[in-house]
Design a protein around this ligand. Structure first.
Ligand code: BGC
Ligand code: BGC
Length: 606
């Protein structure tokens, strides 16, 4: 009897183990995509129409859509921050369609190789799903692939706006696309088409200009640069943030510690259209694949559920055929609970929800909304179709994953040369009252001082490795403005650098350069009631003034600063914006190698 019990227990245990093994194998082994034709009952492997690259995008989309379950469709509409993925297996379990790295959400190995390995690893989980739909991976490469150590960091868009050079902007964004592709990232949350009207906003530097016409003139180039030609696509661009955040009212932000970022826009529809919609119209005409909704509200109503602006205007009137993605938690800021918010956002025209965290709840809410008829079949299919269309058009189903050799383009000499050209063309002379510019390379003694003189992190600004930017000189391959100056002057020139301006000279030097400006910031953390130079910076300028005959002040900033009362006895002032890693571009122009050609992108009173 005892023996029998033991044997039974043994058999049960064996069965349990067997079932567990099958379950594990079912979830973990690569499954071939097997499809059976219902009429002929013939099953094929990996030969479904949508996998056939010779078919048109529309044919492939329709074929795939017809095969998808409700859960598979819902998964395509979620965009999750990688740091909130509780388990990479969830990519397959929830059929997730898209992941992102928000600012500072980085793999442990922050080099390009680390990024390439990370995206490959995430993609590998989609291979375990029935339909093997590749993930879209999105980042904010808003001034180059600047989350990556060793990447080329271009001037922030405000500097590109100062160049007002569409061909250069196209090359900058194409280089960015190539660095993204090398790391397996095919989606960029750029360009910003915001038109900032208030210098107190922390996002002025992310925009090309405060002048809608200037923004509009650079829009098509940035999108074509990123996306390439439809016959050989590069990466998916995102026109953001739709719509009007640059006109928000100071003090209207309902986000803690923010003042204007994400605030309310009170403009009339006529002004909203003439000042803010214009570049989006151009973006749609240029074929932009995605549009991101602003976190703001217009006349009190959150844009993330604004049917009129999202569906009627953007998709209807402008004829946008790409997909609309909401911004970071934007959907959950609509008054009401998460479920109602999700329903409202999807029904108003949001196609993909950036919900950094709770994808399980999102999946359950969407399922419930669909089953209870709150979201219609046609709205759901329209959203999924738009996302799939972007994926097919990008070639995601057909591309080979990037190889280690492809990483060569990241931070390449060719790309750095484009960045340096952009720095040169972005410099704006605010003042040159004694005609001292350009400086002579043969100057005998050159004094250099200031917090931003030898600080690559500061010259890169926010959205560089960390969301709020970094401090110091630790980006591989980068050049600070000071080292650019040293490389440019003649061998006869003595360059004396004192960060704090404490020079101990018996005589005045010929020329002193003070390089000062804003510390890095991003988004609402940069909202500032009175953007101006710090007392430390002003003290340094005063010391350089005292020690030199001619004074040049170079301002590193993401916006126009209030220098009206101080600038009177500085004879030359140059706005260098946030130039990025190629600091030599400043010396190239300062010492006459190239002319000053930049034009103010935002009003700056002196
Ligand atoms: C910003 C977007 C950005 C997104 C993802 C949001 O907070 O508003 O511009 O693309 O985060 O990082
Ligand atoms: C993320 C950013 C995002 C921001 C929004 C940060 O934690 O890293 O990408 O834009 O939150 O508040």
């Amino acid at each position: 009897m005892r023996i029998n019990i033991n044997r039974n227990i043994f058999i049960v245990l064996l069965l349990v183990l067997l079932v567990a093994w099958f379950w594990w194998a079912y979830n973990n082994l690569d499954k071939p995509a097997i499809f059976c034709d219902e009429q002929t009952e013939i099953c094929d492997q990996n030969t479904a129409l949508y996998l056939d690259a010779s078919r048109s995008v529309d044919e492939r989309v329709e074929d795939l859509l017809a095969r998808m379950t409700l859960e598979e469709k819902i998964g395509q509409l979620a965009l999750i921050d990688r740091s909130n993925l509780s388990n990479s297996e969830d990519i397959a379990r929830y059929n997730l369609g898209a992941l992102l790295s928000g600012g500072g959400s980085l793999p442990e190995d922050r080099t390009a190789a680390g990024w390439q390995a990370m995206t490959a690893e995430y993609q590998s989980y989609t291979k375990k799903t029935r339909l093997k739909i590749p993930l879209l991976y999105g980042v904010d490469a808003i001034h180059g692939h600047a989350n990556v150590l060793g990447a080329t960091v271009f001037p922030h868009q405000i500097g590109l706006g100062a160049t007002n050079d569409p061909d250069l902007v196209r090359r900058v964004y194409e280089a960015t696309a190539r660095e993204l592709m090398a790391t397996g990232v095919y989606w960029n949350f750029a360009p910003s088409l915001d038109v900032p009207k208030d210098q107190r906003w922390g996002r002025v530097y992310e925009a090309f200009s405060g002048d809608a016409r200037r923004v509009d003139g650079l829009t098509a180039s940035s999108i074509i640069g990123l996306q390439g030609e439809p016959s050989s696509p590069l990466v998916l661009a995102t026109a953001k943030h739709y719509l009007g955040g640059g006109a928000a009212i100071w003090g209207s932000s309902d986000t803690e510690d923010y003042k204007i970022d994400q605030g309310d826009i009170e403009l009339s529809e006529q002004l909203l259209r003439s000042e803010h919609l214009l570049p989006f119209q151009t973006a749609v005409e240029a074929g932009v694949g995605s549009v991101m909704v602003a976190l703001n509200s217009w006349q009190g109503k959150k844009l993330s559920s604004h049917t009129y602006l999202l569906t009627d205007v953007l998709k209807g009137e402008l004829g946008f055929t790409g997909f609309v993605v909401s911004d970071w938690y934007g959907v959950y800021e609509i008054p009401g609970n998460d479920y109602l918010n999700t329903v409202a956002a999807i029904n108003s025209g949001v196609d993909m929800v950036m919900l950094p965290k709770d994808y399980k709840k999102f999946a359950a809410d969407m399922l419930h909304a669909k089953q209870s008829g709150k979201i219609s079949d046609s709205r759901l299919d329209d959203a999924v179709r738009r996302v799939l269309r972007a994926k097919f058009a990008l070639g995601l189903f057909d591309r080979e994953a990037p190889a280690p050799a492809d990483l060569e383009v990241v931070g390449s000499d060719e790309h750095r040369a484009i960045a340096r050209e952009a720095v040169r063309k972005s410099l704006v002379v605010l003042k040159d009252s004694r005609d001292i510019l350009p400086l002579s390379k043969d100057v005998q003694t050159l004094l250099v001082a200031g917090s931003a003189a030898d600080n690559v992190g500061q010259q890169c600004g926010g959205w560089t490795v960390e969301w709020q930017g970094i401090d110091g000189n630790w980006l591989p391959g980068a050049t600070s403005i000071l080292s650019g100056l040293k490389q440019t002057v003649s061998s006869k020139t003595e360059v004396i650098y004192e960060r704090d301006g404490n020079f101990t000279l018996s005589d005045k030097a010929d020329v002193g350069i003070a390089i000062i400006g804003e510390k890095p910031y991003a988004e609402g953390a940069g909202d500032n009631a009175d953007p101006r130079l710090s007392t430390e910076d002003l003290a340094v300028i005063a010391k350089v003034r005292q020690s030199s005959d001619k004074l040049v002040v170079i301002i590193i900033s993401g916006r126009a600063l209030n220098i009206k009362t101080q600038a009177r006895n500085w004879e030359a002032i140059v706005a260098a914006w946030l130039p990025g890693t190629e600091g030599q571009g400043v010396a190239d122009v300062l010492f006459g190698g190239y002319p000053f050609t930049g034009a103010l992108p935002v009003p700056w009173e002196l």
